[in-house]
Design a protein around this ligand. Structure first.
Ligand code: HEC
Length: 436
């Protein structure tokens, strides 16, 4: 067969005025493998969280077209906050440069050629050091729950003991080791005081949890799409992990207080889209670094003006492919007018399934502005905490400015704020501490 595209390509080179030097082809081993090593193989390898591997030439070539598309759309690698230096600088950033995106595109367009080389290097994972408390979820076989938001998924909560009896220790770091990386899509940990009142009238958290567990005899845990489960009262999350995150360490001397007599509830999101994973068990380990005292206490602040009833609008109109909710939050509300300077150590964007974009910034008293985080392609499946390389400074008189954008084209009723599956949130969680 005559190769028309090749001829066209050749004449394009002539027109560009470069007839003599054939541009060198983009090939796997020289151009693409180094990118795959740095940005993809931690998930796309045998036994990794991704459903296929990219660590051989044959596999990567087979996925060349979809990979070029996924990186161009920035859906892969899954690092949701913009990380090109224009809005914060993040630790362990996994954001491709424009040149790298172009390399994937050119390689696919030129027919995914191999070039010379042999192996893709797999990186050694980092580990959390210090005095560690290992906690574990039960050995559990998830099942597809079905429905709009769990088409191939199950969200399950499990309770584990942590050493908080009679004391208020601090969490200074954590690491999640999924037992079955192919199905564990995220893990979120909430401290829960079992004897505290729940959100169900007249019942404690313990009673609410016991009832949910009794509903499904023979299966560990209880269903929970959001937070620690329906009606379980908890203030904040202290563990937020998605694949690719590695160990999380708060800056030196900083920790989050764990309430006295709390247990930890882990929400595990199991994804069973790959039929081969059906019936497989998982037992996930969460390693917690808990210390008796810290120099600075950090606070997870979860400002959601939509949930709080002071956003514009107060409910999201249905039938719109792009519709926003905005709110402004004077930080003195959150911090109680303390005349101190604070810093933001990390950000945790959170919306539900209709979320598309989130824009968060700080308006300073003097008229200046700091970009906190921008999410351009929200994906509910990739919940995680993004730690700043250098914390963002702010004063108690600054204002947090937030915009969340949703796609409600599949809805015919207005969407109310709430923790449930059918509701939405607009939550730029921030981990803050008093500046040193
Ligand atoms: C943090 C883990 C992780 C990293 C890093 C990662 N992937 Fe993925 N990738 C996944 C998972 C999991 C899926 C399955 C779909 C999903 O759950 O989003 C996937 C799916 C894909 C798909 C299928 C189509 C799609 O968009 O869902 C392509 C193509 C892909 N990845 C390419 C890449 C390339 C190329 C890189 C590196 C530049 C990369 N991925 C980095 C985890 C990862």
């Amino acid at each position: 067969m005559p190769s028309t595209p090749r001829l066209l390509a050749a004449s394009a080179v002539l027109i560009a005025g470069c007839p003599s030097a054939e541009p060198e082809a983009t090939v796997f081993w020289t151009d693409v493998a180094p990118l795959i090593e740095t940005h993809c193989v931690e998930c796309h390898q045998d036994g990794g969280v991704a459903p296929f591997r990219l660590d051989t030439y044959e596999a990567a070539a087979q996925w060349a077209g979809p990979s070029a598309q996924a990186v161009a759309a920035r859906s892969m690698p899954p690092f949701l906050v913009k990380d090109d230096g224009s809005c914060g600088e993040f630790e362990d950033g996994n954001w491709l440069s424009e040149a790298a995106i172009q390399t994937f595109a050119t390689w696919a367009a030129e027919g995914a050629q191999e070039g010379a080389g042999a192996t893709v290097a797999l990186t050694e994972p980092r580990v959390l050091t210090g005095d560690i408390t290992d906690t574990q979820t039960p050995n559990f076989v998830p099942e597809i729950v079905g429905g709009d938001y769990a088409e191939f998924d199950e969200y399950r909560c499990f309770m584990v003991d942590i050493p908080t009896q009679g004391s208020t220790p601090y969490l200074t770091g954590y690491e999640v080791l999924p037992g079955n990386p192919a199905i564990v899509h995220h893990v979120i940990g909430y401290p829960v005081v079992l004897d505290d009142p729940s959100d169900a009238f007249g019942k404690t958290n313990r009673e609410v949890i016991n009832e949910m567990q009794a509903d499904e005899p023979g299966r560990d845990g209880w269903p929970c799409f959001n937070a620690a489960g329906p009606n379980v009262s908890t203030d904040f999350e202290v563990v937020a992990w998605a694949p690719g995150q590695g160990p999380v360490e708060y800056p030196q001397g900083v920790g989050l207080a764990l309430p006295e007599n709390s247990v930890m509830v882990y929400q595990v999101h199991y994804n069973l889209v790959d039929p081969a994973t059906l019936g497989q068990p998982d037992q996930t380990t969460v390693r917690l670094r808990i210390e008796d005292s810290v120099e600075r206490e950090a606070y997870m602040s979860l400002p959601d003006g939509f949930l709080g009833g002071f956003s514009d609008p107060s409910e999201i109109p249905p039938g719109e492919s792009e519709t926003s909710v905005n709110f402004e939050l004077p930080l003195s509300w959150l911090l109680g007018n303390v005349p101190l300077d604070f810093e933001i150590l990390a950000v945790l964007p959170h919306m539900h399934a209709r979320g598309r974009q989130m824009y968060v910034s700080l308006a300073h008293e003097d008229g200046g502005n700091t970009c906190v985080a921008e999410v351009q392609a929200w994906d509910y499946n990739w919940q995680r905490l993004y730690m700043y390389e250098t914390p963002l400074a702010f004063g108690a008189n600054d204002t947090l400015m937030v915009e969340c954008v949703y796609d409600t084209s599949g809805d015919d009723e207005p969407i109310e704020p709430g923790w449930g599956t059918q509701n939405e949130m607009c939550l730029p969680g921030v981990l803050v501490a008093v500046k040193q």
